[in-house]
Design a protein around this ligand. Structure first.
Ligand SMILES: Nc1nc2c(ncn2[C@@H]2O[C@H](COP(=O)(O)OP(=O)(O)OP(=O)(O)O)[C@@H](O)[C@H]2O)c(=O)[nH]1
Ligand SMILES: [Mg+2]
Ligand SMILES: [Zn+2]
Length: 327
């Protein structure tokens, strides 16, 4: 639950020296709230409630990787936003959720991508690169775990038909949309309206292309897909939140967060029961399983449920591959 900002949020660890540091720091009482739209090495870009773009550095005590795009932060110092001005982030407000993936095989290293999002748009190309259900399944687990609404968005509809790919997810009740470059953006705009949405997908699926179309600009660089490997070139290197243009003169029309293409989406940080729970189509089936069933053993109700139905068998296989994966 959201916690109100108070003085304790901005507490500064006592310095090793006995010199009272509070004297040379601006009072945190005067802190103003900012929304983080980009983190570029040491420099963070925030938008204040008044709509001013402020460049800020993190207070040293916050530590490495402590601020991500989507964070609400407390800013002190020069928050004028004027050229060359630099503000300081003294604290990060409690997050309502965050997207984190495990980035190493041992599962010890986690990287937070974004925080405080309403929707996760899982971007999948109908072709080039080929759609892969593994990524969708992994994203759905994280969305379920964090209470974020997932949406599957198929791009490059001009290259192939993704209906078969989408079928199992339609059965799950996940919202899906299909689009192609130059296509009708209205259904997407409606979905994104007044929400903070993050685009997640492999490199080259067209995330930045879509963002440019939605904003009707070329703010985001776009890269091609390698003809030989069928892979994108990891064109976008950091996450950026962009304000969506007003739709029908709405004052607040939402934010879209473009992210760098993910190679994999490690789930080691997600509890096993939560992984199983995200397969909501299995809930009733799994209830019938023997206590302590690993769901990957003889007698598991999932096999009975799947029978010889190809689509169902694929779903069961998906769950098992996530449960048995080292990632
Ligand atoms: N045929 C076709 N190509 C598209 C479509 N959308 C994007 N592309 C192309 O796909 C390539 C990759 O697009 P990007 O927008 O850079 O992809 P991205 O997902 O942002 O990639 P990363 O930043 O590397 O993660 C570019 O050559 C785009 O022109 C589409 O609807 N149809
Ligand atoms: Mg990109
Ligand atoms: Zn079972």
């Amino acid at each position: 639950m959201a916690r109100k900002y108070d003085e304790s949020d901005a507490k500064v660890r006592p310095a090793r020296s006995t010199r009272p540091r509070s004297k040379d720091r601006p009072s945190h009482k005067n802190a103003i709230r900012g929304f983080v739209i980009q983190v570029d090495r040491g420099r963070t870009s925030c938008v204040t409630e008044a709509g001013v773009l402020v460049s800020a550095m993190k207070a040293r005590e916050l530590g490495k990787n402590s601020v991500v795009v989507g964070d609400q932060v407390a800013l002190v110092g020069d928050t004028s936003g004027s050229e060359g001005s630099l503000s300081r982030i003294v604290s990060v407000y409690e997050r309502k959720n965050s997207l984190t993936r495990t980035v190493d095989d041992a599962g010890a290293l986690e990287r937070m991508i974004v925080a405080n999002v309403d929707q996760m748009v899982i971007v999948i190309a109908a072709a080039n690169p080929e759609p892969r259900s593994g990524l969708v399944d992994r994203c759905l687990v994280v969305a379920f775990d964090q209470g974020i609404e997932p949406i599957i968005l198929i791009t490059k509809g001009d290259l192939a038909d993704a209906n078969d790919f989408l079928k199992p997810y339609l059965n799950l009740g996940v919202k899906t949309l299909q689009t192609s470059r130059g296509g009708d953006l209205i259904p997407i705009k409606e979905l994104l309206r007044n929400k903070t949405s993050v685009l997640i997908g492999h490199s080259g699926v067209g995330k930045s292309t879509l963002v440019n179309a939605l904003l009707d600009t070329d703010v985001r660089a776009v890269g091609d897909v390698n003809d030989v490997t069928g892979r994108g070139r990891h064109t976008s290197s950091s996450a950026v939140a962009l304000k969506l243009p007003d739709l029908k003169n709405q004052v607040n029309s939402g934010w879209i967060i473009d992210t760098p293409g993910v190679r994999s989406f490690g789930l080691r940080h997600v509890n096993r029961d939560r992984v199983i729970g995200s397969f909501s189509d299995f809930a009733d089936v799994i209830n019938k399983c023997a206590k302590n069933c690993s769901h990957d053993e003889a007698g598991c109700e999932l096999d009975l449920w799947a029978g010889s139905d190809t689509a169902r068998k694929e779903r069961v296989k998906s769950l098992r591959s996530l449960l048995n994966s080292d990632e």
